[in-house]
Design a protein around this ligand. Sequence first.
Ligand code: F6P
Ligand code: MG
Length: 444
Amino acid sequence: VHEVPPSLSAKVVGSFAYLTIRDRLPTILTKVIDTIHRNKNKFFEEYGEEGIHAEKQAISLLSKLRNELQTDKPVLPLTDDQQDTESWNQYLQRQQRLQGDQESVSWFKSPWLYVECYMYRKIQEALLLNPPISDFDVFNEGKTQSYFESQRAIMALCTYLEGIKKNMEELSKNQLFEHFNKFLQASLWGNKCDLSISAGQENSQKTSPIESLSSLQPFVLVDDSNLVWSTLISAQRPGQTGMTSASRVDIVLDNAGFELVTDLVLADFLVSSGLARQIHFHGKSFPWFVSDVTANDFQWTIRQTMAANHKWMSKSGVQWQHFVKEGVWCYHDHPFWTQPHEFCDMAADAPDLYASLQGADLALFKGDLNYRKLTGDRDWDHTVSFNAALRGFGPAPLCSLRTLKANVQVGLQPGQGEKLTSNDPNWMTSGKYAIIQFYSQKSE
Ligand code: F6P
Ligand code: MG
């Protein structure tokens, strides 16, 4: 049994958490303020003077928030009236108890994971308190832009997918495994394209994703793709017509734009090849960490791909829409995904979500933030096992597909972390390295 290490925090001056809170978060808030301001005319056209008033009020709340962050003021309870408000405020009390009464929960002293999540919820609060603009997605422009800027890579990926689907029946098991690996890796590296690490700077995919996969292989620090494959194969149960697959794969989504397309392509391949019967996608219920997928982004991306002026792209899009209509694919959101909890709290704090994930034969967790939550965003030794860091979380066999953008990494070989640090001191935060890290209770 391992002692649980402390949460990463901006308390450690100079750490990545510290730099994120000092530099990156205020930049993101400034961009949000700017976006709301630039949309002033739109709000006026839609809601008249009320719209202008809402714009002013929201901006003033957000400027106040930025100031509180920069001067390390105490974190305040939420004042809106949503389904999740109470549980956020309880979580604040929980943090306060953990920290003791000596000092308040504040931006630079408390866990980075908590205060960073809190910032996105406070942005939501500023909009919710100003009803005419409460549905406005302050990150929408960036997300759609990153989709359009990745258009060529999307075309290449869809063309590749449709090419393989043409003679799927003739593939040997080995060939199927090779293709599976390619789509899994495309989805993995798709995670490089998130907008929060660059504080919303342009970060799209320009080159053909499939061609660059082999040159990226050396940067995959943990590669459990064999275990993911064998999980899918062993979940296959014989059906009426020979081997029909009965497995359900859940994908806990991360970013919109190119990454989402790589996830949809992987999901299409899994279903079309018979490796999975059903895919459950999990997204966010409000705009989150700049580029994360909401229901609106999910639908928009499928419609956009469908309507593309490119044969294979539109063919893929039409297929995806069909999967959604038929219920082969379904999209869910749950308030837990936009809360600050470590996933080891899920069974107690969101038992309905935990129970629903238990229905999956495999759950894929995309991206860095999900990895931080899987491991509790703690200062683990790199050689601690993934299982130990999960601290009992394991509703289903699960796999993290993540490019490294925060300083937490477990499950490495002895010496591997030290070697990386001496060759490339920023290996944990540059997004240059990645992991395919699997855990199943059955494999223990
Ligand atoms: O600091 C960079 C950061 O904002 C992290 O806080 C977060 O873990 C990551 O970017 C978001 O990345 P992803 O979209 O892969 O979860
Ligand atoms: Mg993200």
